[in-house]
Design a protein around this ligand. Structure first.
Ligand code: SF4
Length: 391
């Protein structure tokens, strides 16, 4: 009889973009002539894990970038086939691919669907063409709309749309128009992230744009109002920045937030595999030349001890709307959550916390979770909760 297989998520990085968006610091290159060589190297790297077949069952595959939709349906098919040849893959695996509206057509979408992709994540960011131009996105709202409907026609029944807020010059009106438009299309999932300004990007070095970013108070109000609007439209928040129709939460990301293991392929991809955190260097030419040479490609390599895993579990658990399940924590780490954390959490359970008309942390039937206001301050709260000096 088969030994019980460990569950695993797989991330595959496609590091190509038509052009760099001004705000983006994800690892990608714009030399599209290298795509064929990259796909070949990627497949070689994936296949080098064949000996793990007897140990793992892949539950989710996430193909992100960069712009995965620069690959053809046939290339995507080859990559996914390599995963199936290398690992056992669950019959109902969630297979997500990120797509950029400016790069989709009927033939590609049909190819992706035939390749087994069953969840599409489309990066719209804003439905305001002036905001899209300011972000230097390669598409308009109209390009997005035709991509969305084409995807539906080709059979995609699980679609995420990425949105951003806190954009320079964005107003409550433009944001709400975007949300109204997107919810009217009835996707299954919406991701809603605040713009992060990365100092090394053209965006981060443009004082005129930086000046137009809404201040913290306005950003917080936009976030809270947007959550309410999204929930009102049937998209339930299940994580700080993620909303879904019931039953359409992203399994791949949920596994990550629950501290499950995942294996990443491609330059810049991270993994937490067999208790080790590692990532591949952002070195494209080395990757193509030596896709299976770990000595050349490893950039970081850290063995996660119990303490690190436990802290990561608490940090990621609080990002989820459901929060921390105390029983599950106690069982997993052989510790008593309340004994370690209750004193640190207690001040934030207090309804009279300054400036708060609701507590930052709420006691649930199974443990503790951040309130909406807690989500706004999640980084600060987590620093205080996780810092053992701070008692
Ligand atoms: S398309 Fe996505 S990955 Fe590429 S530059 Fe723009 S934001 Fe970054």
């Amino acid at each position: 009889m088969d030994k019980k297989l460990e569950k695993l998520g797989i991330y595959i990085h496609i590091p190509f973009c038509v052009k760099k968006c001004a705000y983006c610091d994800f690892y990608s290159i714009c030399d599209l002539s290298q795509i064929d060589a990259y796909v070949k190297a990627l497949i070689e790297q994936i296949k080098s894990y064949r000996s793990e077949r007897k140990h793992y069952l892949v539950e989710t595959i996430y193909i992100g970038g960069g712009t995965p939709s620069l690959l053809s349906g046939a290339q995507m098919c080859e990559i996914i086939r390599a995963v199936y040849k290398t690992f056992k893959v669950s019959d109902d695996a969630e297979i997500t691919m990120e797509a950029n509206p400016g790069t989709l057509d009927t033939e590609k979408l049909a190819g992706y669907h035939n390749a087994g992709i069953n969840r599409l994540s489309i990066g719209l960011q804003s439905a305001d063409n002036a905001e899209l131009a300011m972000l230097s996105r390669i598409h308009t709202k109209e390009d997005f709309e035709s991509s969305f409907y084409l995807a539906r026609l080709e059979g995609f029944e699980n679609i995420n749309i990425d949105l951003m807020y806190a954009l320079p010059g964005q107003t409550r009106e433009t944001l709400f128009r975007t949300i109204e438009y997107v919810t009217s299309l009835e996707p299954e999932h919406i991701s809603f992230y605040g713009l992060t300004v990365e100092p090394e990007t053209p965006f981060g070095q443009n004082p005129e744009l930086l000046q137009k970013i809404p201040d913290d108070e306005t950003q917080n109000a936009l976030y809270l109002d947007a959550i309410e609007k999204l929930e009102h439209c049937g998209f339930l928040q299940y994580e700080v920045s993620n909303f879904a129709k019931p039953g359409f939460e992203c399994k791949h990301n949920l596994n990550f937030w629950h501290g499950k293991e995942y294996l990443g392929f491609g330059p810049a991809a991270h993994s937490i595999f067999k208790g080790v955190h590692f990532s591949y260097a952002k070195e494209f030419l080395n990757f193509i030349a030596f896709p299976t040479d770990k000595d050349t490609l490893y950039q970081e390599f850290e063995k996660l001890d119990d303490d690190a895993l436990e802290k990561q579990y608490v940090m990621l658990g609080f990002r989820l709307k459901g929060g921390i399940d105390v029983k599950e924590y106690n069982k997993r780490f052989g510790k008593d959550f309340d004994e370690i954390y209750f004193e640190r959490i207690k001040p934030f359970l207090d309804r009279n916390a300054p400036e708060a008309d609701e507590p930052y942390i709420i006691k649930t039937k199974t443990g503790y979770r951040f309130s909406r206001k807690g989500f706004l301050l999640s980084n600060e709260l987590l620093r205080k909760i996780l810092d053992d000096e701070e008692e």
